[in-house]
Structures are given as C-alpha cells and as structure tokens.
Write a protein that binds this ligand. Structure first.
Ligand code: ADP
Length: 445
C-alpha cells in the first residue's frame, strides 16, 4: 500500500512518541478488528427497533431464501459460508430490500454482520442494464473501502454483470470521462472530487447511499462535512443506509441529518463482566520489582496464556527485552507496528507460539483469545487526567458471556497514586481486589 495523502491510515502507528500513552486511531482499530476477526460475533441481546410509525409492519427473516434474492446472489452468499442471517441481518435485510425502499440506521458492534448486510443490499439494488453509478458507499479510509469492496466482489462472484469502482487514492479518472460502473465504493474526498469537481458521475442518479462506519467517519478530520456535502447533492428518492458500531450522541445527530424517516435498529454490545475473574494487587517498590513480580507470575502460568498491559511503548519494549533476554518467548503488540505485523503477532499468540503477549493500550477491547487466563496490569489504566480509567480496566480484564471461563487479573502497584487508582477501580465495580504477596505466588487460586 502506498501512502500519498492525508486520507490514509498511518501505518506506522498513531505517533512516534514512545513515552506517550499508546493508542490506535478509531480507523486503525476498526481495520485491525476486521482483519483479525475469525467470524461472526454472536450476541445474545435482543434487537431494539425504533420507527416513526409503529403500526407499519416490520419483517424479519430466518433464512436467506426468504429474501427472494437473485439466485446468483444467493449462491454468492452461500459461497461465503453463510448459512443463516446473523441477528442484525434478520431485521436489517428485509428493510434494506423492501419495496418501496426504506431508510435504515443500524448500530451494532463490529463483527455482527453489518457489512455483509449492506453489501448484499447494494448488490441486489443494482440494475445492471443501466450503465452508470447507482449505488454509492462511503467508507472512512482507503483500507476500509478496500475491505468492503472485497466482500462485495466475493458476494458478486456469480454476478459478473455487476461492475464496481473504487473512488480512493491511487484511482484516477480522465477529465470528461463518464463512469459506467454500477457501484462506487470510496472515501468522501475522492467521491466529492469525482462527482462535483470532475463530474465523472452524477450524484442525482444514485438510488442507494451507504454510510459505513459512521462513528469512525466522524473521527476523521473533515469527513463529516464532506459526507454532508455529498448527501446534499443526492436526489429524492434515494435510499439511505447508515451503519455504526457505536451509539453516542454525535453519531446520532449525524445519522438524523443524513437519514430521514428511518427505521433504527440497534443491537447492544454484550457487556463484559468481572464475574468470573479473581482480582489481585501486588505491591512493588519500583519498575524492577514489577518485573520480578511478572517473572514470578509467569513462572506459575502453567496452562493458558497471559497478557501484560503497559502504559507506554517504552515500558512495553523494556519489559519484553528483559524477558526475552532471559529466554522467555514473549510477543509484543504496540502502535509502532504495521497492520501486517500486528496481525502476525496476534495470529502467533492465538496459536500459542508465545505464551505471553505484552501490549500497550492499542487493543484495549477485543483481544478475544480464549486461552488467556491471566491478565497483568503492569501499569493500571488511567485517563488523560491521571484518574482511574474503569472502562479500559473492564475491557482489559472482563469477559463477555461467550467466554464464561474463569480468569485472573493482577495489578502491579508501585506508588501511592497507583494504589489510589486500584482502590477507585475496586469501589467502581464493587468487587474485591485482594492483596497478593508476589514472593508467594502459590496464593493464586
Ligand atoms: P460488521 O460489518 O458488523 O463488522 P461483518 O459483516 O464484517 O460485520 O461480519 C463479520 C464476520 O462475520 C465476517 O467475517 C463475515 O464474513 C461473517 N459473517 C457475516 N454475516 C454472516 C452470516 N450470516 N453467517 C456467517 N458469517 C457471517
């Protein structure tokens, strides 16, 4: 991948400052989650549905056949290995495919099948006899656009008549050219250029408008305004499809601006809990003693794997170097790795090649590695004000219903401040964090 303008992900990580708290941008996190995902995220919560007219019927399907899809498209769906619609798809698909078209806002966590749903809707809305763009999908970054395009290409495997074009960096069109492809998947800047500046396609002929990863979109500088500008130039009637993994007010306001009279469906994330987790703290005098504590703990991890969280890249690098020097196989995941390297690190850890993963806050949510039994907070999670970051603590330590297995969390305390933070976390969750003598790790239950 070549990087040529500001629309890109920073492949080298969010910043080069190894002493700063390490975090991924929302776009990086979203891409990584997509790339390392091994399949559908199953969620036991019920779908919440909102619509203006509660009397109008709302359909739900339990099979893809019930959607009356073009047979070649259905073949593509099965080719992808999908047997039945996911929970979000059961309700989203009938709405997305309804006649007359209905606008939809759908919110559910990453991995629940949103992309597959709107890609299927995009493909089935195409009239291949009309040789002009009819479906427009906006993605926040180059990489996310490519991911969506790949799903579409897969699903359309048996529909060779459907043509797609990426409107992303590196793709060029001649002035005066007219696009004949049916579907355009692109980033807002490029789509604006192509539609309003170079006029290689006509926004008025778009009948399906998809806004993917709207929450990530908002986090990208300038993207929201560009989306709104594109949206303004669409003609009625155009079906609006709006997708987001989160549901905060900013996203909702954006949604209401873009999508008139929508059906809104929402699948709440399954919350993590500390129910099956034994929590401990260990008192250490300094960083060296924290290291010794880690070695002690590491020595007792017979089965299973451990993840160690550090606040900065520098600490993570220091710790991994010391541990490796003593012959321990450790993996490190931090923000200075490329996407490919991060995937590689996680794949190796998942396969058990390394028993210990040292990481910064880059993936505070979503390292769903079932075999992980011990989580160590080498540094306790704090927010920008230095206060306890209880959300991050829960994401690091907690488990969803999927992994009901027991686990152990160990917090290393090296100052009165970190003791305070530990106590606030204890109060916040109202769960005891027990004292553990690091010299005597047999105490671990
Ligand atoms: P989201 O857009 O919500 O992040 P995706 O559409 O990317 O979710 O789906 C997540 C994963 O689940 C992908 O690997 C996808 O291929 C798979 N998937 C999606 N829908 C289904 C389905 N109905 N059955 C099985 N797997 C599915």
């Amino acid at each position: 991948v070549t990087i040529s303008n500001g629309e890109n992900l920073n492949h080298g990580g969010a910043s080069n400052d190894e002493e700063a708290p390490d975090k991924f941008s929302p776009a990086e996190a979203s891409l990584l989650a997509k790339v390392i995902r091994k399949g559908l995220v199953v969620n036991k919560n019920d779908i919440e549905i909102q619509r203006k007219d509660p009397k109008s019927p709302l359909y739900s399907v339990k099979s893809f056949e019930a959607l009356n899809l073009n047979p070649n498209l259905l073949k593509g769906v099965y080719e992808l290995g999908f047997n039945a619609p996911s929970k979000i798809q059961e309700t989203a698909l009938p709405t997305l495919l309804a006649d007359p078209p209905q606008n939809l806002i759908a919110q559910s966590q990453s991995g629940t099948g949103k992309t597959a749903a709107f890609v299927l809707a995009m493909l089935s809305r195409v009239d291949a006899t009309k040789k002009h763009p009819q479906v427009l999908c906006l993605s926040p970054t180059y990489e996310l656009a490519i991911q969506t395009g790949e799903v579409a290409a897969h699903m359309a495997k048996f529909c060779p008549e459907i043509e797609m074009k990426f409107a992303v960096r590196g793709e060029e069109v001649g002035r005066g050219a007219k696009l004949s492809e049916h579907i355009i998947i692109g980033t807002p800047g490029k789509v604006l250029d192509w539609s309003l500046k170079y006029r290689v396609f006509d926004l008025k002929q778009i009948s399906v408008f998809v806004l993917d990863e709207a929450d990530v979109m908002i986090a990208q500088q300038g993207h929201q305004d560009q989306c709104i500008k594109i949206h303004k130039n669409l003609a009625e009637p155009c079906q609006m499809m709006f997708f987001s993994a989160t549901y905060d007010q900013e996203v909702m306001e954006f949604a209401e601006h873009i999508v008139k009279n929508p059906i809104t469906i929402r699948l709440k994330r399954e919350e993590e809990s500390l129910d099956n987790i034994e929590q401990y703290y260990v008192k250490c005098g300094n960083q060296q003693e924290k290291y010794n504590a880690v070695l002690n703990i590491y020595g007792t991890v017979g089965v299973g794997q451990a993840i160690i969280f550090c606040h900065t890249r520098r600490t993570a690098a220091w710790l991994s170097e010391k541990m490796s020097k003593e012959g321990n196989a450790v993996a490190v995941l931090s923000g200075d790795l490329t996407v490919e390297q991060r995937i590689n690190v996680l794949d190796r850890f998942r396969q058990g090649t390394e028993k210990v993963l040292i990481t910064t806050n880059v993936l505070s949510r979503g390292i769903d590695v079932e075999q992980v039994t011990i989580v160590v907070n080498f540094d306790l999670p704090i927010d920008v004000h230095g206060k306890a970051d209880c959300d991050t603590y829960l994401h690091r330590i907690g488990r969803t219903g999927r992994f009901g297995k027991r686990g152990i969390a160990i917090n290393l305390i090296d100052s009165p401040e970190s003791m305070n933070i530990c106590q606030s976390i204890e109060r916040h969750f109202n769960r005891k964090i027990k004292y553990l003598n690091a010299e005597d790790s047999d105490e671990i239950e």
